[in-house]
Design a protein around this ligand. Structure first.
Ligand code: SF4
Length: 265
């Protein structure tokens, strides 16, 4: 399949149906922990929406009616937890993103599943200033969907080191607030040691301050470690942090912002 794939998701606790709107492995960011092989900068080619719909119908039939779960999924994860726009690049960079959200909703309506999976968008949030992207996210909100919005560091310099792009905190804050008003939004944050150094006190403080300013528009924060190896040239410079490091940061975020924090080391 070109656009649709099943994955047993540690973070989501079951099978996640991924929708990949970036089959050319192109993203507008270049995160040093990114798991996409042959990642390049750029956007996706035009999306064939008919093909996407057919692939999604086929995969959902295989999951709900066929034997995919029995044959390929461990017993504890035999459930479909979500349909996630989460591919090999930034999903909202596809011009057809809002149409793709509509289409996924239509396919779900047609199939009348016993427990329809939740729709999710995994995004770096950088294109929230586009009306079409806001429209797509509003459609997700109307369907009780959820956004996971990547914020790995606060401040242009710190961001550039990790994500290959740098925005001022005020810009990220504006986009987070916009997103949170359209659809329930979780911040997702990848935490790791770079060149043997965990994020220092100043980096942690700036991050918690930024999240705290957006807290009124957020559902929570998801801290996660290096689940799978980076496919980028910096891979050897990254190291997973111990679980208690992540849990300490989670407690601090909870204490200073009042937000729910989930940890996946
Ligand atoms: S935003 Fe996502 S797809 Fe893009 S480079 Fe970062 S981790 Fe990879």
């Amino acid at each position: 399949m070109t656009y649709v794939y099943p994955v047993v998701s540690r973070r989501a606790g079951g099978v996640s149906v991924g929708i990949n709107l970036n089959p050319n492995n192109a993203c507008n960011w270049r995160c040093i922990y990114c798991q996409v092989p042959d990642l390049k900068r750029g956007g996706p080619p035009p999306i064939d929406l008919n093909r996407l719909a057919n692939e999604l119908r086929d995969l959902l039939n295989w999951l709900y009616v066929g034997d995919y779960l029995d044959r390929h999924v461990p017993p504890e994860a035999r459930r479909v937890v979500d349909i996630a726009f989460s591919g090999n690049g930034e999903p909202t960079s596809a011009a057809e993103f809002p149409q793709a959200v509509e289409l996924v909703g239509r396919v779900l309506d047609e199939l009348v599943l016993p427990a329809p999976p939740r729709l999710r968008l995994i995004t770096n949030g950088s294109l929230l200033d586009r009306a079409a992207v806001r429209h797509g996210i509003a459609l997700l909100g109307q369907r009780d969907g959820e956004v996971w919005f990547k914020v790995d560091a606060a401040g242009a310099t710190a961001m550039r080191r990790i994500n290959g792009v740098g925005y001022q905190p005020a810009t990220v804050l504006r986009r987070l607030e916009t997103c949170g008003k359209l659809c329930p939004t979780w911040v997702q944050t990848c935490v790791f040691a770079l060149d043997g150094q965990a994020p220092d006190e100043a980096a942690q403080g700036a991050f918690v301050e930024l999240i705290g300013m957006a807290a009124g528009h957020l559902a929570g924060v998801h801290l996660y470690g290096l689940a799978r190896p980076s496919m980028q040239p910096e891979a050897a410079r990254l190291k997973a942090l111990p679980q208690n490091w992540l849990e300490n940061l989670a407690r601090r975020i909870d204490k200073e912002t009042g937000l729910t924090v989930r940890v996946s080391p």
